[in-house]
Write a protein that binds this ligand. Structure first.
Ligand code: PGA
Length: 216
């Protein structure tokens, strides 16, 4: 069965790079997680692309919160998904617990699909932040040791953790961390996996095209 590929550009990219991605955006199993500034352009390229934001505000709708972007605003601009709880948000912005739970609730209420990221502490994170939402969100397991390091997890350990997260109540589990066009062939063998979350490799057209094709 075809797997979902989520490309996460993080704080990278430009209007020019996004335009170069026009053909890639047409793959039905691909979702691109963009910086806020590029979402509108992605929607106007008319590719039918599925777009994710990389975060949303803990505040609900609108108000005096300078610099914030709410889940409602993301829905309004045409985003379909939002990533919440990425390890980089946890590390650099000290996000955890109630903050993440509130963001998930805001996103669900706004009608966005949530890609909720956990790392090696997945058990504690899920229990503190997402247990009540678990059936309705996508959980992305991304070990910190694998993000941006080249140390991809092997299929056996991905299988094991995917099973453990499903036992907690998740229906859709993805893997992320150093996925590339070579190791995707092994990762994709993990039958239960819903898809992969790809950082660095998603910025290179040829690389992400190979990952998407291997996942169809
Ligand atoms: P990476 O990043 O593929 O560059 O390891 C994955 C992620 O952080 O989502």
């Amino acid at each position: 069965m075809s797997k979902i590929v989520v490309g996460n550009w993080k704080m990278n990219g430009s209007c020019t790079l996004l335009r170069d991605f026009k053909d890639i955006l047409q793959y039905k199993n691909f979702i691109l997680a963009l910086p806020y500034t590029l979402i509108h352009l992605a929607k106007t390229l008319n590719t039918g692309a599925l777009i994710a934001a990389q975060d949303c505000s803990v505040f609900c709708q609108s108000g005096a919160y300078t610099g914030e972007i709410s889940a409602v605003m993301l829905k309004d601009i045409g985003a379909e998904y939002v990533i919440i709880g990425h390890s980089e948000r946890r590390r650099y912005f000290a996000e955890c617990g109630d903050t993440i739970a509130q963001k998930i609730e805001n996103a669900i209420n706004a009608g966005l699909q949530v890609i909720y990221c956990v790392n090696e502490d997945y058990n504690q994170q899920i229990n503190n932040e997402a247990l009540q939402f678990l059936e309705n969100i996508i959980v992305a397991y991304e070990p910190v040791s694998a993000i941006g390091t080249g140390n991809v997890s092997d299929a056996d350990s991905i299988t094991q953790i995917c099973d453990a997260i499903c036992e907690l109540g998740a229906k859709r589990v993805m893997y992320g961390g150093s996925v590339n066009k070579v190791n995707i062939k092994e990762i994709i063998q993990v039958g239960k996996l819903y898809g992969v979350l790809v950082g660095g490799a998603s910025l290179k057209i040829d690389e992400i095209a190979d990952i998407i094709k291997a996942s169809i």
